[in-house]
Structure formats: C-alpha cells, structure tokens
Write a protein that binds this ligand. Structure first.
Ligand code: FAD
Length: 291
C-alpha cells in the first residue's frame, strides 16, 4: 500500500500515522541481527517501517533486503530511504528495479550529506528534488516522501529552505518526515509557515528518545538539532547517570508525542535506533493515543 493512502485512511479515523525508523546493521554484523529487531517491532503494529540508506555505501545493499523482509514477511508497509548524492542514474535505476522486484512501493527520496573527509564525487543529481523528478519520470508507480527540517536545513537560510521544500512537494513528494527536534513549539511555528505557503501534504514528526549521552551528542551534532533549555537541564543533571538519563529521555519523547498528537500532527515517526526496550516503553504509554 502507498504511504500517502495510509495517511488518507488514518485521517478519516482521526488518528496519526505511527511509524518506525530502523537502520541496517553495519557490514561487520550479519544482516540477521536486524531480523530479531523487526520481529519485535512488528508486534507494536506500526503503520510502516522505514529503513535508512547508508551514505557511506557499505550497508546500501541491505536497505532493499531489509525493506523487502518487512513488506513480504511481516506484511507491514516499508519505506526504503534512498540518497542521490554522488550517485549516477544507472545506480539509482538498479535500486529502483530491485525495489520494484521486491514489491516495495514507497521511497523516502533524499539528497544525503556532502562528504566531510574527502573531495566529493560528481554525480547526476544535486538535490532531493532532482531525484524525485527522476523517479517520477520513470513512471514506476512509487509513492515518494521527502525530509524537512523544523529548524531549517543548516546549509540554507530558513526562507530559501521553505521554498525548496515547497518545490520538493510540487515536484512529487507526497508526505514529509522531519529531522529530529526537541522543542515542539519550533515545529508548530514551522507548520504555520508551510501552511501559508500552501504545502498541503502530510507532515510526520521525527522523534528520537535520548537514552545515551555520548551517542546523542554525536546525533545532535550531525543533525544540527538544537538542545532546548528544558532538555539541557535533563542532560546536565543525568549525563553521568545512564539509567536516570534513559528514563528521562523516554519520558521526554513520550511527552513530545502526546503533545504533537493533541496538536494534530499527521504522523509520528519514531527513530527507534533499533532499540526494542525503549520503543516498547514508549508504545505502551501512548497505546490509546496512537491506535
Ligand atoms: P534536499 O531537499 O536536497 O535539501 C538539501 C539542501 O539544499 C537544503 O539546504 C535545501 O534548502 C537546499 N536545496 C534544495 N533544493 C535546492 C535547489 N534547487 N537550489 C538550491 N538549494 C536547494 N541521510 C542518509 O544518508 N541516509 C538516510 O537514510 C537518511 N535519512 C533521513 C531521513 C530523514 C527523515 C531526514 C530528515 C534526513 C535523513 N538523512 C539521511 C539526512 C539527509 O540526507 C541530510 O539531512 C541532507 O543534508 C539533506 O537531505 P535532503 O533530502 O533534505 O536534501
């Protein structure tokens, strides 16, 4: 099923679309390690599960394999991430055919990040919108989504980023998933602006439960997510108390979700970090809110 149609169905029942993100294990680990995770996640009945696409290349082949398993073994819709930075058209074609062969109907079309430790390789695409146009023109009947940044994308000023997002939607992104953020008010203000611009596709909020201070500092720096004063107090107090930080991080994410759903967000996309326990705790506390 197309994710845009899941959004339509859920809108009728006035419930948010509830989805998970997972990432493929790195090449040092057998692919099976993620299958136990999917086994457990499937029990929480998500509307779809997305699988990231490794920018570095080493786990790229695994995205299709894992997305295929989600769809064909568990009968849960899967969303395969696909980046186009440094990619040639024939490489993208290869993946599109594999996705089609595996019955996968949904792609999160992304640009990917520029390399920071070497010269970039010239590819055939500059932006996610180029990838969207390319896939659309192939008429392969994929439902395409795109990324958005409630705090603005770090490379572009806020206004231009909004216009670029509008272009991405006008060219074919049918639903949007956000970068992580810790202050819901930022997303609400962003949404006022996208409404004014007439960006009328479903918006999902990407929520990350912070459970580990070191890992989180890396993720916040890579994603350019700012640390809200409320969250900073938690980090300052519990940074060296892993159990307490985990508990507070889960409660914080849960509270964010409850507020977003009450506000009327179209979807909640939980960055699970492949962690079952954390996901289980959150799902248990929002059971009646999302279903
Ligand atoms: P774009 O939409 O192309 O935007 C990139 C920048 O270019 C923005 O500043 C935008 O304003 C600007 N821009 C866009 N179009 C134009 C134009 N025509 N002219 C001038 N400027 C323009 N990365 C991975 O490697 N693998 C993943 O699986 C992955 N999954 C992600 C999932 C989500 C939900 C999110 C939010 C991000 C994900 N990323 C992933 C990270 C993403 O690749 C980076 O954030 C990247 O820097 C931007 O990707 P994009 O698709 O948003 O790019």
């Amino acid at each position: 099923m197309k994710i845009k149609d899941i959004y339509m169905q859920k809108k009728e029942s006035k419930k948010p679309v509830f989805s998970f993100e997972i990432f493929p294990p790195n090449s040092k680990h057998p692919i099976d390690t993620i299958y136990n995770t999917i086994d457990e996640l499937s029990k929480f009945n998500p509307d779809f599960i997305s699988v990231t696409y490794g920018a570095g290349g080493s786990t790229r082949g695994r995205t299709v394999e894992i997305a295929s398993r989600i769809k064909n073994k568990y009968n849960i819709e899967s969303l395969a991430h696909l980046t186009c930075i440094e990619a040639k058209k024939n490489e993208i074609d290869d993946i599109l055919y594999k996705l089609k062969e595996n019955n996968i109907e949904n792609i999160l079309a992304l640009r990917g990040d520029h390399p920071i430790d070497r010269e970039p390789i010239k590819g055939d695409f500059n932006y996610a919108s180029d990838l969207i146009t390319y896939i659309k023109n192939k008429n392969m009947d994929f439902s395409l989504g795109g990324a958005y940044y409630p705090e603005g994308h770090f490379e572009t000023n806020d206004l231009m980023d909004l216009f670029n997002l509008k272009r991405k939607v006008d060219l074919g992104a049918e639903f949007l998933i956000s970068q992580i953020f810790l202050d819901n008010e930022i997303l609400y203000r962003f949404k006022e602006k996208t409404d004014k611009l007439g960006i009328n596709v479903p918006f999902a909020a990407g929520i990350i439960p912070v459970t580990n201070a070191k890992q989180m500092k890396r993720i916040f720096s890579l994603s350019h997510c700012s640390i809200s004063p409320k969250f900073k107090r938690i980090l300052d107090k519990y940074e060296h108390n892993p159990e307490a930080l985990k508990e507070a991080g889960i409660a914080y994410a849960t509270e964010q979700i409850i507020d977003l759903v009450a506000w009327g967000i179209d979807g909640i996309h939980l960055y699970t970090m492949n962690k079952i326990d954390t996901t289980r705790k959150i799902v248990k506390d929002i059971e009646y809110i999302i279903k």
